[in-house]
Design a protein. Structure first.
Length: 273
């Protein structure tokens, strides 16, 4: 449809109007398939389009610099959107380092169909989460180990005794803990959502178990976990916090910069001034 009209001397705008497309679509098509002779070859353009469709854009994630930059991020629980903009921010002038988040999702889906394990690094797995505790009154607990330092076997659910915490209710609070391997649920009713009462309830829940069955515990920034160090002393638990992981993940509100880097630059500028 394009080649005969170009031979007859039609302009790009005329061809686009006749085919019902924008000229911004026709022009790249001509540049891509004209070659050194500047003559549009319709047959070879069609062959190349079919080849690109069979290969798929996600084939660029099999190897190369772009694949290395993209594949190191999912292990840190980065979303495809965060990966795309962070890669673009790190290398803004290289066209080969451009990719869309839909391409990453397509790559993850193709990998999952072939029995791969990349899709397990997605944080939500299409589940919607309620945002909570992110206002100015949110608490920030310091002193816990980084979640990134937790044993690999715990992330793989390879042994018993690695616990994740949870909670439900506002006025009537229930503290819950789940063993990652067996998925067994431990729960205790707490009269008030305070650090002391939650710590006592957790200690009473876990104390009857032998040490090998209570090894690690994840806590968040909630004020009810402010005295987790007591659990470390009395139960021998290694407590991990999600703070360090979140500080090393790019944020959309920061134009996909990493919070730790932004804070370090601001702190360095304040010290210099």
């Amino acid at each position: 449809m394009i080649a005969p009209r170009r031979i007859l001397g039609w302009s790009i705008r005329s061809i686009a109007s006749h085919l019902g497309h924008a000229s911004s679509i026709i022009s790249p098509e001509l540049c891509r398939n004209s070659g050194g002779t500047r003559v549009y070859a319709g047959y070879w353009a069609y062959r190349d389009a079919q080849r690109r469709r069979r290969i798929g854009r996600h084939a660029c994630l099999a190897s190369g610099m772009l694949a290395t930059s993209v594949q190191e991020k999912p292990r840190c629980r980065w979303s495809p959107e965060q990966i795309v903009y962070r890669v673009r921010l790190g290398d803004p002038h290289t066209i080969q380092m451009r990719i869309s988040y839909q391409t990453i999702y397509t790559w993850l889906a193709a990998d999952h169909r072939t029995g791969g394990s990349w899709s397990r690094y997605l944080r939500h797995h299409h589940r919607r989460r309620k945002r909570d505790g992110n206002g100015p009154r949110a608490t920030h607990i310091m002193g816990g180990g980084s979640l990134a330092d937790r044993r690999v076997i715990a992330h793989r659910r390879g042994c018993f005794g690695d616990l994740g915490r949870g909670s439900c209710g506002r006025r009537r609070f229930v503290a819950t803990h789940v063993d990652r391997r067996s998925r067994v649920l431990l729960a205790a009713k707490v009269s008030r959502r305070t650090a002391v009462k939650v710590t006592v309830a957790t200690r009473n829940l876990l104390h009857p178990f032998p040490p090998q069955e209570r090894q690690t515990l994840i806590v968040d920034n909630g004020s009810e976990w402010g005295t987790f160090s007591c659990l470390q002393r009395t139960l021998g638990l290694q407590v991990y916090s999600v703070v360090a992981v979140l500080n090393k993940r790019s944020r959309k509100c920061l134009t996909y910069q990493i919070p730790a880097e932004v804070f370090a630059r601001a702190l360095g500028g304040a010290l210099q001034s």
